[in-house]
Design a protein around this ligand. Structure first.
Ligand code: GDD
Length: 312
C-alpha cells in the first residue's frame, strides 16, 4: 500500500486530495496546525477521521515535519501548505515569504536527506504569471509576479526545479489556476459571492461588498484539479504542468451567474469598497492546459455553470 504525506491537509485541496488518494487505496498522513479559531470547529478533513492519520506540526517548525518523514517514510509528499491569500500577502509579506518560499526550501532539504526516493509535489500558482506576457499562459510563459504571494511562489517553483536538476529528485510543480469548491475559504471571491447568495436568499444578509469585479480568472473545480496533481506524480519523469480549464470569466460574470441561479439581481445587493482592492492587481489570467490534457489525458469534468450551482 502506497503512503502519501500531505502538508496542508486541512485546506480545500488537502481535503479533496485525501479523499481521492484514499479511494485509490493509499495510506494518507497529514500535518495539521494548532489553530485557536478552529479548535472547536469541524475541519475540512474531520469527515475522514479514522481513515487518515494527522499529526500536529507546522511547515515553519521543520523538526515536526522531519519526525513524520522519518516515522512514515512516505512514497509521495504533497506540499499544499501556504499563506494562500493574495491580498493579505500585502499585509503580511514576511510571514508569507517564510511559509511559501523558505518553507519549501526547508521541506526540500529534509526530503533530500530523509527520503530522497519519494516523489514530491509543489503547489505552484497561476499568480506567478501576474501581469501577463501572453494571452494564454502555459509552461513556457515567463513569470511576472505582482504580489508578495506571487513572488514567494516563484521562489518555491524555482527551488523545486533547482533541487530536481541538482540532486536528481522526482520533484514536480503543478501551476494551478484558480480552483474552487464548497470547501473554498470564505474570503476568496467565489466563496464570498456564493455564500452571500445563500445568505441573502435566506434574509441573513442584505449586501455584498466586493473589490475589483472586472478581474478575470480561469476557474475550475478543486476536485478535478487534485486528480491532476496525482497524475503528474505518476508520470515517468518529473516535470512542471499547467492545470487550468482554458476558459476565463470576470468576477462580475461569476457574480451574475450566482445570483441568477436563485433568480435574484446581483446589482440590487452589490457594494464596491476600496478595502477589497489590491495595491497591485492581476487583471486577467487564462491557462493553456494542452500539455496535461495531451500527455496525461487529464480533462476537467466540472464546467463553470456546474461549479456555480454546486457552490451556491
Ligand atoms: N478575495 C477577494 N475578495 N477577491 C476579490 C474581491 C473580494 O471581495 N472582489 C474582487 N476580487 C477579485 C480579486 O481582486 C482577484 O482579481 C479575483 O477577485 C480573485 O481573487 P481571489 O478569489 O482572492 O483569488 P486569487 O486569484 O487572488 O488567488 C487564488 O487563486 C490562485 C491561483 O490558483 C488563491 O487561491 C491563490 O492562493 C492561488 O494561487
Amino acid at each position: 500500500m502506497k503512503k502519501a504525506f500531505i502538508i496542508g491537509i486541512g485546506g480545500q485541496d488537502g481535503s479533496y486530495l485525501s479523499e481521492y488518494l484514499l479511494e485509490l487505496g493509499y495510506e494518507v498522513y497529514g500535518i495539521v496546525r494548532r489553530n485557536s479559531v478552529c479548535e472547536h470547529q469541524e475541519s475540512r478533513v474531520s469527515h475522514l477521521d479514522g481513515r487518515i492519520k494527522t499529526f500536529y506540526g507546522d511547515l515553519l517548525d521543520i523538526s515536526s515535519i522531519e519526525k513524520v518523514l522519518r516515522d512514515v517514510m512516505p512514497d509521495e509528499i504533497y506540499n499544499l501548505a501556504a499563506q494562500s491569500h493574495v491580498r493579505i500577502s500585502f499585509d503580511i509579506p514576511q510571514f508569507t515569504t517564510q511559509v511559501n518560499a523558505l518553507g519549501v526550501l526547508n521541506l526540500l532539504e529534509s526530503y533530500k536527506q530523509i527520503c530522497p526516493k519519494a516523489r514530491f509535489y509543489q503547489a505552484s500558482s497561476s499568480e506567478m504569471f501576474g501581469e501577463i506576457l501572453t494571452k494564454k499562459q502555459n509552461e513556457r510563459t515567463p513569470f511576472n509576479p505582482r504580489s508578495p504571494y506571487a513572488v514567494s511562489k516563484v521562489f518555491g517553483h524555482f527551488i523545486v526545479k533547482n533541487y530536481r536538476e541538482s540532486y536528481n529528485l522526482f520533484a514536480v510543480s503543478g501551476i494551478l489556476f484558480n480552483h474552487e469548491s464548497p470547501l473554498r475559504g470564505e474570503t476568496f471571491v467565489t466563496r464570498k459571492i456564493t455564500r452571500a447568495v445563500g445568505r441573502i436568499y435566506h434574509k441573513l444578509q442584505t449586501k455584498l461588498t466586493l473589490g475589483n469585479i472586472n478581474a478575470e480568472r480561469d476557474w475550475g473545480f478543486a476536485g478535478d484539479f487534485v486528480e491532476a496533481m496525482w497524475l503528474m506524480m505518476q508520470h515517468n519523469k518529473p516535470e512542471d504542468w499547467v492545470v487550468a480549464t482554458g476558459k476565463s470569466i470576470s468576477v462580475k460574470e461569476f457574480l451574475k451567474k450566482s445570483f441568477e441561479y436563485v433568480n435574484l439581481d446581483a446589482e440590487e445587493y452589490l457594494l464596491i469598497s476600496d478595502k477589497y482592492f489590491r495595491p497591485n492587481e492581476v487583471n486577467f489570467l487564462q491557462g493553456d492546459p494542452e500539455k496535461i490534457k495531451k500527455e496525461l489525458n487529464w480533462d476537467p469534468k466540472v464546467k463553470i455553470d456546474d461549479l456555480v450551482k454546486m457552490m451556491v
